[in-house]
Design a protein around this ligand. Structure first.
Ligand SMILES: CC(C)(COP(=O)(O)OP(=O)(O)OC[C@H]1O[C@@H](n2cnc3c(N)ncnc32)[C@H](O)[C@@H]1OP(=O)(O)O)[C@@H](O)C(=O)NCCC(=O)NCCS
Length: 134
């Protein structure tokens, strides 16, 4: 059974590992491997901006807003494509219904593009970079 709970320190390492997942890093604006200490410092400030999705009490994904206030969402690799991302993002939209939400999604991340569109988000801008390695 899926449920969404508020973030707390016991989930911080789960989030860090998921942010460091190879696909998640490839799809992110930054492919930096997040270290334990920096993540702990980050979470001490931003803990309340994240929610955890549990499947029968086991963490399978997270959704939240990062330090730049962009949505950050990820599902563990074996559980992708089963509706968990959509479940989390719909929940998050409802929770944040009074707030302006935004996300930056790579053109090379069809799963995420589809996810945001399926949850009613509208493509509004392109971000241009000077070099494909930027
Ligand atoms: C992006 C991500 C969170 C999507 O979560 P998910 O649980 O796999 O997605 P869902 O199963 O809820 O699917 C959501 C929608 O995307 C579609 N979709 C899912 N995977 C897809 C894929 N690989 N290609 C195309 N569409 C896909 C689904 O069909 C669904 O659309 P629908 O409701 O119109 O049928 C997940 O793939 C992930 O964790 N990726 C790595 C981290 C990442 O890229 N995060 C986003 C950074 S912006």
């Amino acid at each position: 059974m899926l449920e969404i709970v508020r973030n707390k320190p016991q989930y911080w390492e789960f989030i860090r590992h998921l942010k460091n997942d190879e696909t998640a890093r490839t799809n992110s604006m930054s492919d930096h491997m997040i270290q334990v200490g920096e993540h702990r410092a980050y979470m001490s400030v931003h803990n309340d901006k994240y929610y955890i999705c549990l499947n029968n009490s086991i963490p399978v994904g997270y959704v939240g807003r990062n330090a730049q206030d962009y949505i950050s969402v990820a599902v563990i690799s074996g559980n992708r494509g089963k509706g968990i991302g959509k479940y989390m993002l719909q929940y998050f939209r409802e929770q944040m219904s009074t707030q302006k939400l935004r996300a930056i999604v790579s053109l090379e991340n069809p799963a995420s593009l589809k996810l945001f569109e399926a949850c009613g988000f509208i493509k509004k801008y392109y971000i241009f970079e000077g070099d494909e390695n930027d």
